[in-house]
Design a binder for this molecule. Structure first.
Ligand SMILES: C[S@@+](CC[C@H](N)C(=O)[O-])C[C@H]1O[C@@H](n2cnc3c(N)ncnc32)[C@H](O)[C@@H]1O
Length: 225
């Protein structure tokens, strides 16, 4: 059974192909950098050298209709709207018919509500949305490396929007609670703190046609050469 964990970060459960492409994951494969980094702490070093490296904005390396399950937590929002749609279209292409997809992303509604109810002041809204590369605590070197080691949010979602987009791509989807799923043994991959104030959408690939049309129309390489 082929199960993909797309944008895994440092969470790499057994039984899943854990995919990421952060600089930290690349250099974790280089012993020399590993030694230097231990001294200077340039990059958060929770990276495993077992991560399957792939840029999720590009065509996936898996065959059509070959994947049983796709899980992706707190990653779609790091892609632009166009890249995100392409990513979901690629998920659709590689999934087998009736293959399961589960997407977890931060909930824009929860952040806006917190602001509207006075729980967060205006000058913290962008921090909550996590849309900046910069952290005031960064050294000069870290600031220069920020575009490679930080992945700010580039698109936000709420439940109706994610349901609509995934339906348009050809998934039969529903909003889910944390750990409510048809995926076997979900607890090895779903992290409780990642489901707080999150949009959780799960569904199945129902249409074989939609992905072909959308892939062609939406490949970001074509849209943004
Ligand atoms: C916020 S972390 C989420 C990690 C983990 N899934 C979780 O829920 O804790 C987002 C991950 O997406 C990865 N990511 C962002 N853009 C990516 C891309 N274009 N290709 C591959 N991975 C990407 C980042 O490297 C990062 O590890």
């Amino acid at each position: 059974m082929l199960k993909l964990n797309l944008g895994c970060g440092s969470h790499i459960p057994d039984g899943w192909v854990n995919v990421d492409y952060a600089l930290g994951a690349w250099v974790a494969k280089l012993p020399v950098f590993s030694t230097v980094n231990k001294k200077f702490r340039i990059i958060n070093f929770d990276w495993s050298d077992k991560i399957y490296m792939h840029d999720l904005r590009k065509k996936f390396p898996w065959e059509d209709n070959s994947v049983d399950v796709v899980y992706s937590s707190h990653t779609l929002e790091h892609l632009s709207k166009t890249e995100g749609r392409y990513f979901l279209t690629e998920c659709h292409r590689v999934l087998k018919p009736n293959g399961i997809i589960r997407i977890v992303v931060p909930n824009l509604t929860a952040i806006v509500n917190k602001y509207m109810q006075g729980e967060i002041p205006a000058d913290q809204v962008l921090d909550e949305l996590y849309v900046s590369y910069e952290s005031p605590h960064d050294s000069g070197l870290k600031r220069k490396l920020a575009p490679f080691i930080r992945f700010p949010h580039k698109c936000m979602y709420d439940t109706p929007t994610l349901l609509r987009i995934m339906s348009e791509i050809g998934f039969d989807v529903a909003s889910k609670y944390a750990f409510e799923s048809e995926i076997d043994n979900l607890s090895v991959i779903e992290q409780r703190d990642r489901t707080d104030e999150a949009v959780i959408v799960e569904g199945k690939k129902i249409s074989a046609h939609a992905s072909k049309v959308s892939s062609k129309q939406l490949d970001p390489v074509t849209v943004n050469p």
